[in-house]
Design a protein around this ligand. Structure first.
Ligand code: DLL
Length: 431
């Protein structure tokens, strides 16, 4: 463990720490002479227990846009140490600022996460998340330096070159998006490099992925594939992480990021263990704290102690975003549920695209995938029929499946995988 005392803290002691941190944060925010915080905190009283958090107002993403770029800062921008940003869908990016201490916490939680995956200081660690305004590259990088590994700051893209680096430089661990891990694996196999690659763990996140995808990546690479979650508004990567001993239910580092789960679209908590929207309060962020930030990500609490001894609260891996949930003829469908079925079929590569066909009043769902081996082309119709049956049974709606030839679907070299496309006209949305 990177910070064993903090990571195995007795839950009652951690609750006292959370209360102290929240009450200190609320006092500080109430005393600020910043218009955004004056208004946000105007009706907030003093906090005497972490459970008082339910009385605080929520924060939503549009507030970051409305106060662009620096309206939510609690300190002058000149005193901040770094800025990151995520590209917005409507023009302006979402800007987030870090103080020096925020960067130390950012590095700490990523060092915890890399250690959770089994990293040791003598490892070579390959970072294939984008460096730059995106938090992935620099976030994992700061953590990796704290652990003391030798960092290969490869950044995103250029999969063939990166496969060569992994083979030549001897990385024991690497990190990237799960979709890039598949692309990189395909390249390594095509180039005959897989046998030379000695990686033992992969730290994957920044986009939703399924348990079936984990199995595929673990088999492809011979690694432990572990889920890391985070978002720029809260800090970046390192908000949640799985440990090797406790796959399936990542920890949320709740000494820094306090979680609640509420009804999607509503304001009340769901019963403990039910799925809902993850809401996070930053207990230690200085430059740009977030009070009850509605992440839009769907998960649930998993109240099982972990074999690794860490005592943070655990959550289910993120099933998707509230706004990515497709509603097809009244049935709620998460893209990750489709992914799980597609990946279960060994005849397919695991690449897929979901097309929501809205040309008629009732939306139709089409799933495109591709054969792993051209030798299976004569069986293509049987493979399609069996996948349609599986998808119908799992999702309880009719799905049209198209099985393409090997490599017929586009691969994405950089950024988060786009899996869902909408069809409104006659053009093919995937092009
Ligand atoms: O994606 C930070 C990050 C970098 C996380 C590297 C993990 C690894 P944003 O660009 O702000 O930050 O996007 C955050 O991505 O609200 C989720 O919807 C999604 N997301 C991130 N990690 C996961 C994950 C980074 N492990 C948004 N599983 C979040 C599912 C994830 N979704």
């Amino acid at each position: 463990m990177f910070q064993p005392e903090l990571e195995t803290m007795d839950p009652a002691a951690r609750k006292r720490l959370q209360t102290d941190r929240l009450s200190g944060l609320v006092d500080r925010l109430k005393s600020l002479n910043v218009p955004y915080w004056r208004e946000k905190m105007s009706s907030v009283g003093f906090v005497t227990s972490i459970d008082d958090i339910a009385e605080l107002p929520f924060t939503v993403k549009s507030e970051l846009r409305d106060t662009y770029p620096y309206g939510m800062l609690t300190m002058p921008i000149e005193e901040c140490a770094r800025i990151h940003a995520s590209s917005g869908t409507s023009g302006k990016p979402t800007v987030v600022a870090y103080s020096k201490d925020d960067l130390r916490v950012f590095a700490d939680v990523n060092a915890r996460s890399i250690t959770c995956a089994g990293a040791r200081p003598d490892d070579i660690f390959h970072i294939a998340y984008g460096y730059g305004l995106f938090t992935g590259g620099l976030g994992l990088h700061g953590g990796a330096e704290m652990v003391g590994v030798t960092v290969v700051p490869a950044s995103g893209g250029n999969s063939a070159f990166q496969a060569g680096l992994l083979a030549d430089l001897g990385a024991r661990g690497f990190c990237c998006t799960p979709s890039f891990a598949v692309l990189l694996g395909e390249r390594a196999i095509e180039l005959g490099l897989m046998d030379q690659i000695k990686a033992e763990y992969a730290i994957l996140g920044a986009e939703p992925w399924s348990e079936a995808m984990r199995i595929k990546i673990e088999e492809m690479w011979g690694v432990d594939a572990l889920d890391i979650y985070g978002l720029s508004e809260i800090i970046g990567p390192g908000v949640m992480m799985e440990s090797v001993q406790a796959k399936g239910a990542p920890f949320i580092y709740d000494d820094h990021f306090y979680p609640e789960i509420i009804e999607p679209g509503g304001d009340d908590p769901v019963p403990r263990g039910d799925y809902g929207e993850l809401v996070i309060t930053t207990l230690t962020k200085e430059a740009q704290p977030m009070i009850r930030y509605r992440t839009g990500d769907v998960t649930r609490f998993v109240d099982e102690p972990s074999a690794c001894g860490r005592t943070f609260q655990r959550l289910d891996r993120i099933s998707g975003r509230v706004d990515d949930m497709l509603i097809i003829r009244g049935v709620n469908v998460f893209p990750s549920a489709i992914e799980a079925v597609v990946l279960d079929d060994d005849a397919l590569t695991g690449q897929y695209a979901i097309i929501v066909d809205r040309r008629e009043a009732m939306a139709n769902l089409e799933v495109r995938c591709e054969l792993a081996d051209a030798a299976d082309l004569p069986q293509r119709d049987d493979i399609r029929d069996s996948l349609e049956r599986e998808l119908n049974a799992t999702l309880r709606i009719r799905v049209d499946v198209v099985v393409g030839e090997p490599h017929s679907l586009p691969r994405q070299e950089v950024g988060k995988a786009k899996r869902v496309f909408t069809r409104t006209g006659d053009d093919d949305p995937i092009g």
